[in-house]
Design a protein around this ligand. Structure first.
Ligand code: CO
Length: 400
């Protein structure tokens, strides 16, 4: 094979839909040949950009584009200290871009290199949020009418924010929620949604690690009659021992993983059969190279994939998710929060969603591009997210 080397690693920060995205463009010694990758850690985008510009770029220039595995392995240990979200995201941007390049060289859509299609399209789930059970049900009905068969139901966002709470005088600002009230509000909400739509649509719910472990067990048992497709993040990554207790107490399917960085965090949950769906944010673990291994490992233990796919995954990251979805036998479901028009303009070749299914285009590689001039018109601003300053009713800091 003709040697082709990396000549530039360009970091593109853009926020076309108001969400800060980090996209990496790897340019090569071959004219016109480049790849794109997602490195989006939206809350710390500038740190990822600095890691790419000052550390990975000088390390990678001149390296052979064909050697994806070697580049992944050496990038992971080259800084000696490892497993953090900043470097993992930065490495992911390069890793996904190198897979894009390899598939472009093969003149095939990327899923072909991953073993070919197991299915024609990936079923997606959408989010229905409302202030009341009636409002949630209305949104579920609207999404169902648009062809979606899987719908996540939340009332008032994570932890049911927006309830009237009694806090002490001088309580600090923050996104307040009451875990107990939130937990009690979920079964009646699902009861109402089921009474409206019956069992013709699959429902999901995300606890977002907002409860104490025993409260999470209680809620997972209480929602059994509504037959969720899955209950997400019932526990925090710091509480994984509790998954054994949860599993012993309830048959509600469990999804977990958007905060995982390292294989030691998820390996025991899969190997012990404690979860049903793996939800990692692919850029957070370092890209497609580790995600492919994870998917294969999960397959052996009958755990299905449900890659994290909200608005803070760039369309490039969504395309990467989709190529794995199509080629993994143990694909479960793909989260998707929609591509506003402006995103589709900045990222020509976005995957298309029709009737609840996401389809790739058949172009070589990931099939997606970026209009850099247009992307530059939507700069990322350095504001801090308010929702991540979560607090309990008495003002105690909590997990967002
Ligand atoms: Co989630």
């Amino acid at each position: 094979m003709k040697p082709i080397t990396i000549t530039n690693v360009k970091t593109i920060l853009t926020a076309p839909a108001g969400i800060r995205l980090v996209v990496v463009k790897v340019e090569t010694s071959e004219p016109e040949l480049y790849g794109l990758g997602c490195a989006t850690f939206t809350q710390r985008h500038q740190v990822v950009a600095a890691a790419l510009e000052h550390h990975l770029k000088p390390f990678l220039i001149g390296k052979e584009v064909h050697r994806i595995e070697d580049i992944f392995q050496t990038s992971m240990v080259n800084g000696y200290w490892r497993n953090g979200p900043v470097l993992n995201n930065a490495i992911s941007g390069v890793d996904i871009a190198l897979w894009d390049i390899k598939a472009k060289l093969a003149n095939m859509p990327l899923y072909e290199l991953f073993g070919g299609r197991c299915r024609e399209a990936a079923a997606v789930y959408r989010h229905a949020d409302g202030a009341t059970p009636e409002a949630v049900a209305e949104n579920v009905v609207a999404l169902k009418e648009q062809g979606y068969q899987y719908i996540r139901c939340q009332m008032g966002g994570y932890g049911g924010r927006g309830q009237t709470l009694r806090s002490p005088e001088g309580a600090l600002p923050g996104a307040y929620y009451d875990p107990m009230r939130y937990a009690r509000s979920v079964p009646p909400m699902l009861e109402h949604v089921r009474s409206v739509v019956g069992f013709e649509v699959e429902l999901l719910h995300d606890i977002h690690e907002r409860l104490q472990p025993s409260q999470a067990v209680q809620l997972a048992k209480a929602v059994e009659p509504y037959q969720l497709f899955f209950l997400e993040d019932p526990l925090a990554p710091e509480q994984t021992e509790w998954f054994r207790i949860l599993r012993n107490q309830t048959s509600t399917p469990i999804a977990m993983g958007e905060l995982f960085n390292n294989q030691r965090e998820w390996f025991p949950l899969v190997a012990e059969g404690l979860i049903d769906f793996m939800r990692v944010h692919i850029s957070q673990i370092g890209g497609l190279t580790p995600a492919r291994k994870m998917a294969a490992f999960c397959e052996l233990y009958s755990v299905r994939t449900a890659w994290h796919g909200p608005g803070d995954v760039s369309p490039v990251g969504h395309a990467a998710n989709l190529h794995l979805d199509l080629s993994s036998p143990n694909f479960g479901i793909q989260e998707w929060s929609g591509f506003p028009e402006v995103l589709q303009e900045v990222f020509p070749g976005c995957p298309e969603v029709r009737d609840g299914y996401m389809y790739p285009n058949e172009r070589p590689g990931l099939g997606i591009d970026i209009d850099e001039e247009l992307a530059a018109k939507y700069p990322c601003e350095d504001f801090l997210d308010a929702w991540t300053v979560a607090r309990l009713p008495d003002g105690t800091s909590a997990r967002p």
